[in-house]
Structures are given as structure tokens and as C-alpha cells.
Design a protein around this ligand. Structure first.
Ligand SMILES: Cc1cc2nc3c(=O)[nH]c(=O)nc-3n(C[C@H](O)[C@H](O)[C@H](O)COP(=O)(O)O)c2cc1C
Length: 178
């Protein structure tokens, strides 16, 4: 059954949580449409990839980006103090998103970046050196300083209401006009 949206705002009471309220909080957050990215990096013993939609740009000068990583993930502790790449996915890369979200498929193709490993054929990437990490409740906010980046043309993969969707490519070179 599809949950009927509430018309009244749900008050946030610190320290008091309930399953329905948590569910509604997730539902409310899900109304914010995002892109989809994979954070890749070399840990102590293995190479990691984790699908995220918590990516955001932070600063132009210096160039900083942020991802929010759940403490419960295997990537969480390993990422501390390590260089990483944020790989932004194209519309045709849903399987790749699921591969790094606990539903492994065929091994993806890797590229050995200058600073951190990255994934082949992604829509854009940002190779980062570690800049800072902040407590974010049950997540940690990892901020990276971008040292290399690039992009290709193509439709973007998006995520909204717990579902993947496509954002069509807008006119090429729009950013040059801004
Ligand atoms: C679309 C999508 C977005 C996600 N966003 C995040 C996120 O921003 N932060 C996070 O910690 N996990 C996020 N996850 C969940 C992780 O990808 C998932 O828990 C992953 O299996 C953790 O891998 P690990 O435990 O091997 O590090 C997301 C999953 C999906 C499918």
C-alpha cells in the first residue's frame, strides 16, 4: 500500500523517535531529488566503493565536496584520512549503483587515478584529498579537496522517492554561458 501523504507537518521532538515517524522522515527526505554517485578509495586491505546520494559541492576556492557516510557501513572507518574519488553516474549506470549498494553484479572496470581509484565511463568524477571529517550523528560528513575532475556528455542518473530516474542532458556547454 502506498502511504497517504500527511497534510500537517510532523514535529521533530529530540530524543523521541518512533518507527512511523522515522518512516515519514525518510519519506520526506526522499522528496528531495538527487543525483547518484559512488565513492571509491583504497582501504587498508581492499578497494572500496559505496553508492551515495548525499554528495554536495561545498566550496569553489578551495574546491571542496562533501559526502555523508553511515557509521554502519564497512566504508565508514576505512575512509577516514584517505584520498577518495566521487564518481557521478550516468543514466545507464543503475546496475553499477546497485553493485556498490550491496547487490553485487559483474566486476566494474576501474581506472587508476592519480590520487584515488575511480570507475570507468562515469558521467563525471572528482578525485579528492582528505580535507576534514565532521560528526554527523549516525553518519560522518567527509569533506574532500578536489585535485582532479572531468566530465562527459550524457543523461544523468537521479534518485527520488526511493526510485532511480533519468535527468536528460540539457543543452551542451550551458555552463560556459553562465
Ligand atoms: C541510491 C542510494 C543512495 C545511497 N546513499 C547513501 C549515502 O549517502 N550514505 C551512505 O552511507 N549510504 C548510502 N547508501 C547505502 C549504501 O550504498 C549501502 O549501505 C552500501 O551497501 C554500504 O556499503 P559498505 O558497507 O560495503 O561500505 C545509498 C544507497 C543507494 C542505493
Amino acid at each position: 500500500m502506498i502511504a497517504k501523504p500527511r497534510t500537517e507537518p510532523v514535529p521533530v521532538v529530540p530524543g523521541r523517535t518512533s518507527a512511523p515517524r522515522d518512516h515519514h522522515f525518510r519519506g520526506s527526505l526522499g522528496r528531495f531529488a538527487t543525483g547518484v554517485a559512488i565513492v571509491t578509495f583504497d582501504g587498508v586491505t581492499k578497494r572500496h566503493g559505496i553508492t551515495v546520494n548525499s554528495f554536495t559541492s561545498v566550496s569553489m576556492d578551495p574546491p571542496l565536496v562533501l559526502v555523508s557516510i553511515a557509521r554502519t557501513t564497512r566504508a565508514h572507518n576505512e575512509l577516514a584520512g584517505r584520498p577518495f574519488t566521487v564518481n557521478i553516474l550516468g543514466a545507464e549506470q543503475r546496475q553499477l549503483a546497485m553493485h556498490f549498494a550491496g547487490r553485487p553484479g559483474p566486476e566494474p572496470r576501474w581506472v587508476e587515478g592519480e590520487t584515488a581509484p575511480r570507475l570507468s565511463s562515469v558521467l563525471a568524477y572528482f578525485e579528492c584529498k582528505p580535507w576534514a571529517a565532521y560528526d554527523g550523528g549516525d553518519h560522518t560528513l567527509y569533506i574532500g579537496e578536489v585535485v582532479d575532475f572531468n566530465y562527459r556528455n550524457g543523461d544523468a542518473l537521479a534518485f527520488a522517492n526511493s526510485t532511480f530516474t533519468t535527468i536528460p542532458e540539457s543543452q551542451l556547454g550551458m555552463e560556459d554561458l553562465l
